[in-house]
Design a protein around this ligand. Structure first.
Ligand SMILES: C=C(NCc1c(COP(=O)(O)O)cnc(C)c1O)C(=O)O
Length: 402
């Protein structure tokens, strides 16, 4: 019979919409019990009936695990990828990709990247013989930085924390002419708003810690791609380096991602309202939000983002320097002063002394990370409440630090 208890739902086909994939991809009903929600498989090891003959497909949880496999299947579906591999953090995903390069390799990266990514590129990868060149205008400059050792281009679009966008197709076209792979860190947009593989990227990475899990209770990373050769190489490193997520975190992230489309839409509505309020304020020097017509890369957002959405992240420069920026974050009543982003709760932070504090000042300011920059992650609270909160904190912070 076709009863749902005995006949698990058909695997969502690519023709299904995002919401259907988010709810059903990688979520088979339990064939024995009919459980609609997957069990959490905490066992670290699996019985074998004879040497090298496990009962099922699993042998040891670092190598693969039912919950991690289900989560990886879902992310692959959401990013229009053949494969996805999950890691214990977004930084671990970055590490494994860079570790896949031979010593002596060269990487070209956008200048405005997350502070932890900058730290890995400049203090760890460099020590392992992988050289990274940062360039602020990657679409324009890439050819002048290409050497015979260049293996990878690293893009963040939008970038953390100034929300600069990159024309992925333009960069990928140039890079592929030279046999160079393109990686896009899609953390700030999430698979709902942007699918970099559709624009020519070879690998898309996420800090799952952010929008994909979406509830600020999991640290995780993921990489998605189509190449069989890449899968062989990266799956080997996933197991050999061992920076893998727990079964419980995989289960939590899978559950969180099922509402990603709802949360992303709400966060975009809220960020759009907050960005317009900030742009109209005399206490604000500039607002960085790809959903504003004033954004220098608005045309790229319209080309690369679902319905030209701006997403839930924005940053702005407050009048009054670092003191005003810090005071603003202490005076908000709904926004919480904290690192991270992409959760249901709204957060704010001062990148120059928090997430990007490790980047030398001259390099930070060259890409617009000034001391007066405040980064905002809009959650799913009510837009009017968030707008009011931002404006009252702005007024008071500027007055108190004048
Ligand atoms: C913690 C923060 N960022 C993490 C991050 C990372 C690292 O992810 P982790 O899960 O924190 O290791 C990678 N890429 C981007 C664009 C990120 O923003 C932050 O910006 O507050």
């Amino acid at each position: 019979s076709d009863h749902p208890i005995t006949t698990p739902p058909r695997a969502p086909s690519p023709v299904h919409g995002f919401g259907t994939l988010a709810v059903h991809a990688g979520a088979p009903h339990d064939p024995a019990t009919g459980a609609v929600i997957e069990a959490i498989s905490l066992s670290t090891t699996f019985a074998q009936t004879a040497v090298g003959k496990p009962v099922g497909e699993f042998e040891y949880s670092r190598s693969s695990n039912p919950n991690r496999n289900n989560f990886e299947t879902m992310v692959a579906a959401l990013e229009h990828a053949k494969y996805a591999l999950a890691f214990s953090s977004g930084s671990a995903a970055t590490t494994v990709i860079l570790q896949s390069l031979a010593a002596g390799s060269h990487v070209i990266s956008v200048s405005d990247v997350y502070g932890g990514t900058h730290r890995y590129f400049t203090q760890v990868a460099k020590a392992h013989g992988v050289k990274v060149t940062f360039t602020p205008e990657i679409e324009v400059d890439i050819r002048e930085h290409i050497t015979e050792s260049t293996k990878l281009v690293w893009i963040e679009s939008p970038s953390n924390p100034t929300l600069r966008l990159v024309d992925i197709r333009a960069v990928a076209t140039q890079a592929h002419e030279h046999g160079i792979m393109v990686v896009v860190d899609n953390t700030f947009m999430s698979p709902y708003v942007q699918n970099p593989l559709d624009h020519g990227a070879d690998i898309v990475v996420h800090s799952v810690t952010k929008y994909i899990n979406g509830h600020s209770d999991v640290v995780m990373g993921v990489a998605a791609f189509n190449s069989d050769a890449l899968h062989k190489r990266l799956a080997f490193l996933q197991n050999a380096l061992g920076a893998v997520p727990s079964a419980f975190d995989s289960w939590l992230a899978h559950r969180g991602a099922k509402t990603l489309h709802l949360r992303a839409r709400e966060a975009t509505t809220n960020a759009t309202a907050v960005a317009h309020a900030l742009e109209a304020s005399p206490h604000v020097i500039a607002v960085n939000y790809p959903g504003l017509d004033s954004h220098p890369h608005r045309h790229i957002a319209k080309k690369q983002h679902r319905d030209g959405m701006g997403g839930g992240m924005l940053s702005f420069r407050i009048r009054g320097g670092h003191a005003a920026a810090e005071r603003f974050c202490q005076l908000t009543r709904i926004f919480t002063l904290a690192e991270s982003l992409g959760g249901v709760e709204s957060l704010c932070e001062v990148p120059s002394s928090m997430t990007h504090a490790g980047i030398p000042r001259d390099q930070r300011e060259a890409v617009g990370v000034f001391d007066d920059l405040v980064r905002i992650s809009c959650g799913v609270e009510d837009a009017a409440d968030l707008q009011k909160d931002v404006l009252q904190a702005l007024e008071r912070a500027v007055a108190e630090t004048a």
